[in-house]
Design a binder for this molecule. Structure first.
Ligand code: NI
Length: 191
């Protein structure tokens, strides 16, 4: 099944919060992300994501890209900056697991990062480009991993023991979650 159509069919059209609706517990969020990726190739999904976003952004006026759907909620460009910086965190996590299997993987406060990174000052194109290049570096690395490498692991602050493979799947789901959010923010109003 096409990942995008799966997402459209399985995610409510309510305005998503920055990552998970406030009422959604961490376990539910994780389960929802896993459902996005189930039976699909997470590497192929990761490869498609920057291009999918580029197509969505085509022709979108800046005022729409910078509009916050509600106070405290991210604009499209803030979502893209978040995806870029989350890819940065993942880049480090993958390399920690590969170089030091069993390493501790601290979490990060995404709202703090959004504030420190001044996400509203980015252009959507800059953020997408940073996401695309970081993703490209990770995809190159995945091509070179041995079967043993895929099972190297780390101890994630919130999700416990995760392997390289688990994090690849998680990030593919994370992409789709935010792609769905971007799609809703760019949809014509009243649609
Ligand atoms: Ni996120």
């Amino acid at each position: 099944m096409n990942a995008e159509s799966f997402l459209r069919d399985n995610v409510g059209m309510q305005d998503a919060a920055n990552d998970a609706p406030a009422a959604e517990a961490a376990g539910q969020y994780q389960a929802r992300l896993e459902a996005f990726v189930k039976d699909m190739d997470p590497i192929a999904m990761q490869r498609e994501a920057p291009q999918t976003l580029a197509v969505l952004l085509e022709g979108a006026p800046d005022e729409v890209l910078s509009r916050r759907p509600a106070p405290g909620k991210w604009s499209v460009r803030a979502i893209l900056a978040h995806m870029a910086e989350d890819e940065l965190a993942s880049s480090w996590r993958f390399r920690q697991m590969l170089g030091h299997s069993g390493a501790t993987l601290p979490g990060f406060d995404q709202d703090l990062w959004a504030r420190l990174g001044d996400y509203d000052s980015w252009t959507a194109q800059e953020a997408l480009e940073m996401f695309r290049l970081l993703r490209e570096a990770n995809l190159r690395m995945f091509d070179r991993l041995s079967p043993e490498d895929w099972q190297r692991w780390g101890m994630h602050a919130e999700r416990g023991r995760i392997t390289v493979e688990d994090l690849v799947r998680h990030m593919a789901g994370h992409d789709l979650n935010h792609i769905g959010q971007v799609r809703r923010l760019l949809a014509p109003r009243g649609d």
